[in-house]
Write a protein that binds this ligand. Structure first.
Ligand code: 2AM
Ligand code: CA
Ligand code: CA
Ligand code: CA
Length: 265
């Protein structure tokens, strides 16, 4: 059952990715949600419609939580209110700002939980055609080849990534002092702009670690499984096991985890 769910999800992410790729040129109307950095396009909505209708067809008894349908509610409460069994947590385009600006770094992110526990993660970048996937207990893969986190043992050797969230546009961002502290302390720092892919890049050993405030369940549900299956550690900002209702996420190759948590607090 679970292996076939994984295969279904991989095909679904590729299908939605093909739709996004085809409609990339038009990009279309950009709608502002809460502020100038919080955006949605017609293509986000079309990708979501495609994914949700395929799931409803194939698995009518599974629940779905998806950004453009459920984003008006409190996403943490929405997740908590869902029942047992299989549930799908979807970001139809993660990295919408990159998509809008034509920066080829965005993805379809589809996570599946069973009894609210993360089980499957699939993240697909339609432009690079990289498909990251994992099923709990069965390892993490990039286009069918096993991936593992990197070997750096200290923050000094680490390539890290982080990002701003919408609230950072309204008040002094706590990310700035963190970034300031990292300068000269880590190898270097990136803000790449798609949480799901940032997590997958930790899983693939391209980044040593990543932290971000203000993520929603659909940003992390898929990447979380992929990082853990690749040997990484995913916690909240205090180093407690990450679940899907925490505000801050920290994901690393495990080696630098405690050091990163200490530095970002
Ligand atoms: P999105 O593109 O699906 O909105 C950018 O650093 C990352 O944070 C993206 O993965 C983005 O997802 C996510 N993010 C989550 N909430 C956000 C918000 N309110 N505003 C901007 N980016 C947000
Ligand atoms: Ca969004
Ligand atoms: Ca997102
Ligand atoms: Ca999105």
């Amino acid at each position: 059952m679970e292996q076939s769910l994984l295969e279904f999800t991989k095909k679904l992410a590729e299908e939605a990715g093909a739709l996004i790729r085809e409609r990339m040129a038009e990009r279309g109307t950009v709608e502002q949600k809460t502020n100038v950095s919080d955006l949605v396009t017609e293509v986000d909505k079309a990708s979501e419609r495609l994914i949700m209708s395929r799931i409803a067809e194939a698995y009518p008894d599974h629940w779905i939580l998806s950004e453009e349908s459920n984003g008006q509610e409190n996403s943490y409460a929405a997740f908590q209110s869902r029942g047992s069994g299989y549930g799908w947590i979807i970001d139809p385009i993660d990295g919408t700002t990159n998509f809008i600006h034509g920066l080829p770094h965005f993805a379809v992110s589809i996570g599946i939980v069973k009894d609210k526990e993360p089980l499957i993660g699939v993240v697909y970048n339609p432009l690079t055609r990289e498909l990251f996937s994992a099923l709990k207990g069965h390892g993490a893969y990039l286009n069918g080849r096993a991936i593992e986190v990197s070997e750096e043992k200290t923050v000094a050797e680490a390539l890290l990534a982080t990002g701003f969230y919408a609230g950072d546009w309204r008040e002094a961002s706590p990310v700035l002092p963190q970034v300031d502290l990292m300068v000269g302390r880590c190898r270097n720092l990136r803000m790449i702009g798609a949480a799901s892919l940032d997590l997958c890049w930790v899983a693939a050993g391209r980044l040593t670690g990543y932290w971000h405030r203000g993520l929603h369940p659909w940003d992390a549900a898929a990447g979380l499984v992929i990082v853990r299956e690749a040997g990484g550690t995913v916690t909240d900002g205090q180093g407690e096991d990450y679940y899907l209702t925490q505000f801050t996420i920290a994901a690393t190759n495990s080696w630098i985890h405690d050091e990163l948590i200490a530095l970002t607090n």
